[in-house]
Design a protein around this ligand. Structure first.
Ligand code: PGA
Length: 249
């Protein structure tokens, strides 16, 4: 069965709640698609108004992070049950900005991935190499490690429903997109890694996105690659361009 494409916006630390509602209204007629799953990854404080604003559409909402405990004395953190109760379906985990600025490790991310599944949330687990790692020729070793640790104790049935976002760090917010061949090579490698951990059926089912300066001009070529099942889109998700990315065909 062909995998369904998934295009997710990652708003990062942008959009106040009222701006968020305006953006959803602007994007509403542009992101209609029967062929693609459309997701808005929004800041925690925007979740409630955005879930309300997308009601009646096919758009799903993602959180940009989540804590790995159920609840308790973790000042400032967001619990999985809070996301579920608010109507969130996906959660972006292990974005390189969180790994880098907030020192999240692959072990932390693994705990979050497991917690997400426990609560019925679909993780969009990010991985990706730095420019230095690419130049050293260790891209695939690094990413295989991120995927293996991130998916520890995840069952095959869970993995089949997961999303992995391959985001080379050097391509994020730089306007310097990976070529479709570079992106495909790594996404294919991630799928092979999933086949090694689990089996062919799981590797065939899991969805792998590319992220890093995806825009209306390059989405069609990237998403046409056999192992790229859509994109995680930062900058361009805050603009009408996002509609063109969703309707890339
Ligand atoms: P970008 O960000 O599209 O602005 O490069 C992608 C991301 O960080 O998810």
């Amino acid at each position: 069965m062909a995998r369904r494409k998934i295009v997710a916006g990652n708003w990062k630390m942008n959009m106040t709640p009222s701006e968020a509602v305006e953006l959803v209204k602007t994007l509403a007629p542009l992101v209609e698609s029967d062929d693609v799953d459309v997701v808005y990854g929004v800041p925690a404080i925007d979740i409630v108004p955005v879930v309300e604003a997308v009601k009646g559409s096919k758009v799903a909402v993602a959180a940009e992070n989540m804590y790995f405990e159920d609840k308790g004395a973790y000042t400032g953190e967001i619990a999985p049950a809070m996301l579920v109760d608010a109507g969130v379906k996906y959660v972006i985990l292990g974005h390189s900005e969180r790994r880098d600025y907030f020192k999240e490790t692959s072990e932390d991310i693994n705990k979050k991935v497991l917690k997400a599944f426990e609560y019925g949330l679909t993780p969009i687990m990010c991985c990706g190499e730095s420019l230095e790692q690419r130049e050293q020729g260790i891209t695939m070793d690094w990413i295989r490690q991120q995927v293996k640790v991130g998916f520890q104790n995840v069952t095959a049935d869970q993995a089949k429903t997961a999303v992995i976002a391959y985001e080379p760090i050097w391509a994020i917010g730089t306007g310097k997109t990976a070529t479709s061949e570079q992106a495909e090579e790594v996404c294919k490698g991630i799928r092979e890694c999933i086949a090694e951990i689990y089996d062919e059926a799981t590797a065939e089912a899991i969805r792998i996105q590319y992220g890093g300066s995806v825009n209306a001009g390059n989405a069609a070529e990237l998403f046409a690659m056999p192992d790229i099942d859509g994109g995680l889109v930062g900058g361009a998700s805050l603009k009408a361009d996002f509609g063109k990315i969703v309707n890339y065909k």
